[in-house]
Design a protein around this ligand. Structure first.
Ligand SMILES: C[S@@+](CC[C@H](N)C(=O)[O-])C[C@H]1O[C@@H](n2cnc3c(N)ncnc32)[C@H](O)[C@@H]1O
Length: 247
């Protein structure tokens, strides 16, 4: 996504009122909650699909083999947006399991509606902050792939601290990937692609899978997303990065 974000007041979102003289600041989030009208299908997705497919944010690592009723290659996607590419990937690979994490309610509703309509058995959802999900619910060395497609680029310098790709993120993801597991990121915002590359090259315990040591060609398994299509129309490039956990 390449247009500037509509932020409600510069950086004020980083602070919360002090509660009982305790923590004044919360961790900086990579998203702002956007209100959005729900379509009938999205509402149906939430009403019927949420009790079936949305997992609660807990403080215990989840046994995903038990959740899916089998042991299969496991992919987690952060920020699936309206869920089109996640649905496509899950439908195309019924032998694999997928976990989607998104905070945007209409997007969660849309994805769940798709899961119901397509009767997918290999997809579960978290409707909250992916960083919390990784830290609290996902055991170390339990993911084969982590996908981050077209994360919010946060164009303005004063918002760069909101970008999800930071050294701490690289380390958190490394811990959650199996050895040999892959972090796959894509963006259509070149300055963010350069930051991703810089962060990942400096992060210990990874190997860049790109032959030229920078970006990989668009992998077949990544469906074209809404933002990519829009970017293509506007003549933007897309940068894919794949980093494998070494140890
Ligand atoms: C620019 S959109 C891209 C959506 C989708 N990947 C695509 O390519 O169409 C980024 C999405 O990431 C979500 N997001 C950002 N930070 C997140 C976080 N920490 N946890 C869950 N979702 C997040 C936002 O709500 C937004 O829907």
């Amino acid at each position: 996504m390449t247009e500037p974000q509509d932020i409600p007041g510069p950086d004020q979102a980083d602070e919360l009122p002090a509660e009982q003289g305790e923590r004044k600041h919360r961790a900086i989030k990579s998203f702002v909650m956007r209100a959005g009208r729900m379509t009938e299908g999205q509402q149906r997705g939430l009403d019927i699909g949420k009790p079936l497919f949305v997992l609660p944010l807990t403080d215990d690592f989840v046994d995903f083999d038990a959740v899916f009723g089998r042991s299969a290659p496991r992919t987690l996607e952060i920020g699936f947006g309206m869920g089109h590419s996640l649905l496509e990937m899950a439908a195309a690979a019924p032998e694999q399991d997928f976990i989607g994490v998104e905070v945007h309610r209409p997007g969660v509703g849309a994805l769940l509606n798709g899961v119901l309509t397509q009767e997918l058995k290999n997809l579960r959802v978290y409707d909250c902050d992916a960083i919390e999900v990784l830290k609290r619910c996902v055991a170390d060395a339990s993911l084969d792939r982590l996908l981050l497609f077209f994360p919010d680029p946060w164009h303005k310098s004063r918002h760069h601290k909101r970008r999800i790709v930071q050294p701490e993120f690289a380390e958190l993801v490394r811990q959650k990937l199996k050895v040999g597991g892959v972090l796959h990121m894509a963006t259509d915002w070149q300055p963010y692609a350069e930051v991703m590359l810089e962060v990942m090259q400096a992060a210990p315990g990874y190997r860049n899978q790109a032959a030229d040591g920078a970006y990989v060609p668009r992998p077949e398994e990544r469906p074209i997303t809404k933002f990519e299509r829009r970017g293509e129309r506007l003549g933007h490039g897309v940068w894919d990065l794949k980093f494998e956990r070494l140890d």
